[in-house]
Design a protein around this ligand. Structure first.
Ligand code: COA
Length: 164
């Protein structure tokens, strides 16, 4: 993995540049409508109230390299949820996504989490392959999961059997 990245907890000041990455970093997935849909899923509140288990990576010049937005469930503290993850396409395939996830698994495990969940669009074949590679069970396509026309694929990974 690229050794010159700095990892830290995001702040509210990071919101705009993460939003700016949601189009290009997703390779234009589902066009303009897809970029708008993703932006609507990442409001400022994630950078105000959900940063404890989130992570952001920067290059030495301060440009954004990667981010993960995740949290422990308020409803079930044995479950954690990864809401969004993105790695700059110039840095794909270098283990940065895996490193963000492994950091998250370690942090939430310390809080008693036994299971990690997340979802993606059925069209996001890269995300499906990546999550399968990281040990997530991959569901069938779940029609209208997030509302009419908003089908999703769900991922679940147990943390229970791994060392603390
Ligand atoms: C999905 C994403 C985060 C992966 O980040 P990354 O840093 O390139 O992934 P890594 O290099 O850590 O790869 C981890 C493993 O997944 C595999 N993998 C990653 N992307 C893959 C792909 N598109 N197809 C198949 N396997 C893939 C890698 O081969 C690697 O396996 P290995 O460790 O056994 O060699 C990145 O491609 C991305 O930002 N995509 C656009 C945003 C997105 O779709 N986010 C997820 C939905 S919210």
């Amino acid at each position: 993995m690229s050794a010159d990245l700095t990892f830290r907890q995001p702040t509210e000041a990071d919101h705009a540049r993460v939003l700016a990455a949601l189009g290009p970093w997703w390779g234009g997935l589902k066009g303009e409508a897809g970029a708008r849909e993703r932006a609507s899923l990442v409001p400022r509140l994630y950078f105000q109230h959900f940063t404890t288990f989130s992570r952001l990576a920067e290059r030495p010049d301060g440009t954004l390299a990667a981010f993960l937005i995740g949290f422990v469930s308020q409803t079930d503290p044995s479950v954690a949820y990864i809401h969004f993850v993105g790695v700059d396409p110039q840095l794909h395939g270098q283990g940065i996504g895996r490193s963000l996830y492994e950091w998250f698994f370690g942090r939430v495990r310390e809080s008693g989490v036994l299971k990690v969940k997340c979802i993606t669009s059925p069209q996001n074949t890269g995300s499906r392959a990546y999550h399968a590679r990281l040990g997530f069970e991959v569901s069938e396509v779940l029609p209208d999961y997030d509302g009419p026309g908003l089908d999703r694929v769900a991922f679940t990974r147990s943390l229970a059997a791994e060392p603390a």
